[in-house]
Design a protein around this ligand. Structure first.
Ligand SMILES: NC(=O)c1ccc[n+]([C@@H]2O[C@H](COP(=O)([O-])OP(=O)(O)OC[C@H]3O[C@@H](n4cnc5c(N)ncnc54)[C@H](OP(=O)(O)O)[C@@H]3O)[C@@H](O)[C@H]2O)c1
Length: 336
């Protein structure tokens, strides 16, 4: 089979190689991957951003893939040849709260990922996908959509009475916008350009703020809520935004801390957090149950993942550089 392999750290060290076809063992499923999606984390993994916890040579990158079952090992009950499937982000985390054991098993970082033609998965690490969903669409879900769902629905239980603020136009942020809008919430989106904000308003965001033109966007968001503040900030930008996110959040509101595209170390004005009774809640992607809920919610609400572009697997380095540039609107994917 063909596989994209990171020989050593750095996008320039990605090479398309021929590797032996894997065979499914007991309880395992062999999947012919058809599509994969990129996440900001893949940019980090190719730089060695996960430190000693990650594989730094011979790594097959990417965590999120979809394809069809071509063979199953003994004892497999849930799948058969021909089934269309998507993989979960943490193969061992099926449901319930996060557990240290499961969080150390992510694909495309600590172990080989899905940028390859064939891969063996434990049957627990796969879910069926509906016929109405393309392989490319399904491949956008395991990390970005599950993280957004975990933040917006599982932790914040967002509904029609809520106001949600999303940051940027990356994978997590646009799924958060879609899930909040589908739940009936009002959405305020911030982004770097007027064109991207226009697209987000077409997707259902009620207000858009350009954070490049309005450094005090937290204050502006508060004004848009009659001075009360938003119920939830889906924090994907990190150090560069957290102070304004805190300003934007209402008394007793929540910030789900997800990403760090603008930096990982932030200074926080602690009295504002304590006196504001704010809840800052970390999110670590989510479980298989969350992915199941995402697939169901996409069907019920007619949500289609926003896909910026689909490149061939051979152009993975180009796809990674595009994600790194921050110019994309939604998901960058590869066809395998
Ligand atoms: N904790 C978890 O479980 C988890 C799961 C998934 C992702 N993440 C993290 O979440 C972050 C987003 O991931 P992703 O894959 O959705 O990213 P992505 O698709 O690469 O999108 C990044 C987007 O962030 C926006 N951005 C950049 N600088 C910004 C700033 N200063 N303020 C606001 N927005 C800014 C840009 O959109 P605009 O041009 O529109 O501003 C950019 O397109 C990353 O840090 C990633 O590592 C964490």
């Amino acid at each position: 089979m063909k596989a994209m392999v990171m020989e050593s750290l750095g996008t320039e060290n990605l090479q398309l190689k021929d590797l032996p076809d894997p065979q499914p063992g007991p309880g395992q499923v062999l999947v012919r991957l058809r599509a994969a999606s990129l996440n900001f984390r893949d940019v980090l993994a190719l730089r060695g951003g996960y430190g000693s916890r990650q594989k730094t040579s011979g790594l097959i990158p990417l965590s999120d893939g979809a394809g069809e079952v071509v063979d199953v090992g003994t004892g497999v009950r849930r799948f058969k040849s021909g089934d269309r499937v998507v993989n979960t982000f943490f193969p061992g985390w099926l449901s319930g709260p996060p557990d240290e054991r499961f969080l150390q098993q992510d694909l495309g970082g600590m172990s080989d990922g899905v940028a390859c033609e064939l891969r063996v998965f434990s049957e627990d690490a796969l879910l069926p996908i509906p016929a109405s969903m393309s392989f490319v669409e399904a491949a956008t879900l395991p990390c970005a959509a599950v993280t957004a769902w975990n933040a917006v629905r599982a932790h914040a239980s967002v509904g029609p009475e809520h106001i949600v603020l999303t940051q940027g136009s990356g994978g997590v942020a646009l799924f958060a916008l879609q899930f909040a809008h589908a739940a009936g919430a009002r959405v305020i989106a911030i982004s770097s350009t007027a064109q991207k904000l226009e697209k987000m308003q077409a997707m259902g965001a009620q207000h858009g703020i350009n954070y490049r033109e309005d450094a005090e966007w937290g204050k502006t968001a508060r004004k848009l809520t009659s001075g009360q503040g938003v119920d939830l900030v889906v924090e994907t930008a990190g150090a560069g935004t957290l102070q304004q996110s805190i300003r934007a959040t209402r008394l007793g509101g929540m910030i789900t801390l997800i990403g760090m595209v603008s930096g990982a170390k932030a200074e926080v004005n602690l009295p504002i957090v304590s006196m504001g009774s704010l809840r800052i809640h970390g999110i670590a992607v989510g479980s298989r149950q969350h992915l199941e809920q995402v697939i169901a919610a996409c069907g019920t609400n007619g949500i289609r993942p926003v896909i910026d572009c689909v490149l061939p697997l051979a152009n993975l380095a180009e796809a990674v550089r595009f994600v790194e540039s921050g110019q994309q609107f939604g998901k960058v994917c590869v066809e395998i």
